[in-house]
Each structure stands twice: as structure tokens, then as C-alpha cells.
Design a binder for this molecule. Structure first.
Ligand SMILES: *Cc1c(COP(=O)(O)O)cnc(C)c1O
Length: 368
């Protein structure tokens, strides 16, 4: 029985063949492992691809969030509005800069923060909104921008799952004041280790971010602030430089795979397929369905027995995590989503045969 993992890298490594090895070997021979020419070039190439003035490479997506928040002037006593239906790092970063996350529930169909609920959560301490483009699908950025403008809030985008995604032909991560990307290996632009990037059109944010990632110094041994040791290393930068030219094609292959799933899974009672909205280019970092009537875990288990990997992103909304104590708030859409979502295998090279097998098993599950 052929197993189908939820994610794999073997096919991309096959496609990139010698290029990856050459790039890695060049770094090894150069003796330059930290902040060398690969990082410099990658920052330029990423900025050009995204259509943004500055790109600052850092050690992870989490660090990108922490450093961007601080560079945007968010700190002790401030409140940052965000979604509880995301990876923990989103809220963790807010806490790490001394601010407090304020959760606003999501839209049912896109899993994105519901912009129409943001206004009610704004207080005099609110300084920023941190939207997350979950699964590769954009937040409603127009509505968000309108509210942010009205209340003078910064927008820091969490683009960890949406490299190359678009809202009205603008790349995600370049619409707000700063965009924070992750190159964690499973992300749609993944390194083979940790990595992250901050994109911004603001000179001051870029300058502050570059300073903070280097121990708070613009000039060596002249530290102005307490910062971080947060650098993308040369090997990861070299790998990302090999992969970046393929991201449009690979995102397109993900979209094609998603459309194949749409067809193969259409008409099954008991699941809800992902939506696509006008003006939004979804990059399908994940293909996430909803499984209704409390059957999610049973379907996951059934597929696992058939050798098919799936994931639950995320089994608990953040406001229910022990770290927040007992918040006594209810976020019904996030809570329901955490019980119903199931992400199916997707990567650019998944084959139609693999997808047919997965769809076939899901059909059999529901006709049992
Ligand atoms: C992966 C992820 C992060 C954190 O990125 P790391 O590179 O793992 O630190 C933050 N937010 C979201 C939504 C993510 O998916």
C-alpha cells in the first residue's frame, strides 16, 4: 500500500537536482556562514519578487513577528488585536514585546479574522492589528485598512503561510506596515531549517528591524538597544535563493491540486470545502476541509489506517490554551473550527492518482 504523507520534499529536491548541492557547497567553501552575500542577495530578490522596498531576513517567522512589532513601536502596555485561530507564535510574539493580544473571532468560511468585529475590540491602548493569512488565504485587507486608518492602528501581517498570496493583485505581507514570513520547512516557501523575513515599505521600520536582529546595533560594537541574535544563515539563504524562482510555479501547482480536490470531493455530504473569494489569490499552503457532525477525528483515524496523513491546524484556539489562564471569553467560530478542520495532503508535486486515492477513501468513509 502506497502511503501518502501530509507533506513531502523529495520531489522538489529531485526537481532542483544539482542546484541545491552546488549552492550549499559554495557556502561551505566560502567560509562565510553568517550575514554574507547569500543573505544580501536573497533580501534583494525577495523584495523584488514581493514588490516591496525592504526585506530583512531573520532567524524564524516568530522572530520576524517579534522584531517587526518592536520595530513598529509596539511595546509594554499596548494591545494588539489578532485572531485566536492561528499558530501560537502569533500571540506569543505580541506577549514577548510586552504587549497583550486581544482576540477577535474569525469568519466561518475563510477562517480569517472577522474585520467587522474589530471595531468593538478597540480600546485606547490598541496600537496594532495582526491579521494572519491562514492556510494561504488573504484576510479582507480593505476593511482592515479602513479600520486601521480610522483609529491610527499599525497593521503587522502574519504571512507565515502565504508567501506569494495576493489581495487585489498586491502581494500579502506588503499591504500593512510590515509583513512577517516564515521559511519553516513545511511552509509554502520553506528552507531546510529555520528562517524568516520582514517585508516593509517604511524606511524607519526597516532600519529598526535590521538593528534589532543584530543585537540592537547599526554599527558593530555600538549597541543602541537590547536586541536579538536573529539571522538567517547563509546555507538557508542559499537554499531559498534556489527555490524562490520557482515559487510562482509551485503556488500555481498547489492551486491546480486544490482545484482537483474541489472536483473530486464535490457533493460529499458532511464536509465543507475551502472557499475562494473574488480578488484573492489563495496559495493553498493548506487544503483544509471542515468535517461536520463531530466526525473529524474519526475521519482522520480512518485515513491514517489507509496510510493517508492529515493534520489538524489547530486543535485548540489560543484563548483556550493554559498559558492564557481562564480568559472567560467565547469565540464560537474559532472553537467550532478547531473541532472541524482537517488539512489534507498538499504540495506542488502531489499527483492526481494520490489525490484520487484520498478522495476515494473520503467517499468510502461517508458511504459506510
Ligand atoms: C509557522 C508560523 C509562525 C511561526 O514561524 P516559525 O518560522 O516557525 O517561527 C507564525 N505564524 C503562523 C501563522 C505560522 O504558521
Amino acid at each position: 500500500m502506497e502511503k501518502i504523507p501530509v507533506f513531502e520534499t523529495a520531489s522538489e529536491v529531485d526537481q532542483l537536482n544539482g542546484h541545491l548541492m552546488d549552492a550549499i557547497q559554495q557556502v561551505l567553501r566560502s567560509g562565510q556562514f553568517i550575514m554574507g552575500e547569500n543573505v544580501r542577495h536573497f533580501e534583494k530578490e525577495a523584495a523584488a519578487y514581493l514588490g516591496v522596498k525592504h526585506a530583512i531576513a531573520v532567524n524564524s517567522g516568530t522572530d520576524a513577528l517579534v522584531i517587526a512589532l518592536r520595530a513598529a513601536g509596539i511595546g509594554a502596555g499596548d494591545e494588539v488585536i489578532t485572531t485566536p485561530f492561528t499558530f501560537f507564535a502569533t500571540a506569543e510574539a505580541i506577549h514577548q514585546v510586552g504587549a497583550s493580544p486581544v482576540f477577535v473571532d474569525i469568519e466561518e468560511d475563510t477562517y480569517a479574522i472577522d474585520a467587522s468585529n474589530i471595531e468593538a475590540a478597540i480600546t485606547p491602548r490598541t496600537k496594532a492589528v495582526l491579521p494572519v493569512h491562514l492556510y494561504g488565504h488573504s484576510v479582507a485587507m480593505d476593511e482592515l485598512q479602513t479600520i486601521a486608518d480610522r483609529y491610527g492602528l499599525k497593521i503587522i501581517e502574519d504571512v507565515a503561510q502565504a508567501f506569494g498570496g495576493e489581495f487585489k493583485h498586491r502581494k500579502l505581507g506588503t499591504i500593512g506596515d510590515a509583513g512577517c514570513f516564515s521559511f519553516f520547512p513545511t511552509k509554502n516557501l520553506g528552507a531546510y531549517g529555520d528562517g524568516g523575513l520582514i517585508a516593509t515599505n517604511h524606511d524607519e521600520i526597516a532600519g529598526a528591524a535590521a538593528m534589532l536582529r543584530a543585537h540592537g546595533s547599526r554599527k558593530k560594537y555600538c549597541n543602541e538597544q537590547f536586541g536579538y541574535n536573529s539571522r538567517l544563515d547563509e546555507i538557508q539563504a542559499a537554499i531559498l535563493r534556489v527555490k524562490l524562482p520557482y515559487i510562482e510555479e509551485w503556488n500555481q501547482q498547489r492551486r491546480t491540486a486544490a482545484h482537483t480536490y474541489h472536483q473530486l470531493l464535490a457533493g460529499i455530504q458532511g464536509i465543507v470545502l475551502p472557499v475562494e473569494k473574488e480578488h484573492i489569490k489563495h496559495v493553498y499552503h493548506q487544503y483544509t476541509i471542515r468535517v461536520l457532525q463531530g466526525k473529524r477525528d474519526e475521519l482522520k483515524e480512518y485515513l491514517a489506517q489507509e496510510g493517508i496523513g492529515t493534520m489538524v491546524y489547530y486543535p485548540r484556539p489560543l484563548h483556550q490554551l493554559p498559558v492564557f489562564g481562564d480568559l472567560q471569553i467565547s469565540m464560537p467560530h474559532s472553537e467550532q473550527a478547531s473541532h472541524e478542520v482537517l488539512s489534507l495532503p498538499i504540495w506542488p508535486f502531489i499527483t492526481r492518482e494520490q489525490q484520487s486515492k484520498i478522495a476515494h477513501r473520503i467517499h468510502s468513509f461517508f458511504s459506510k
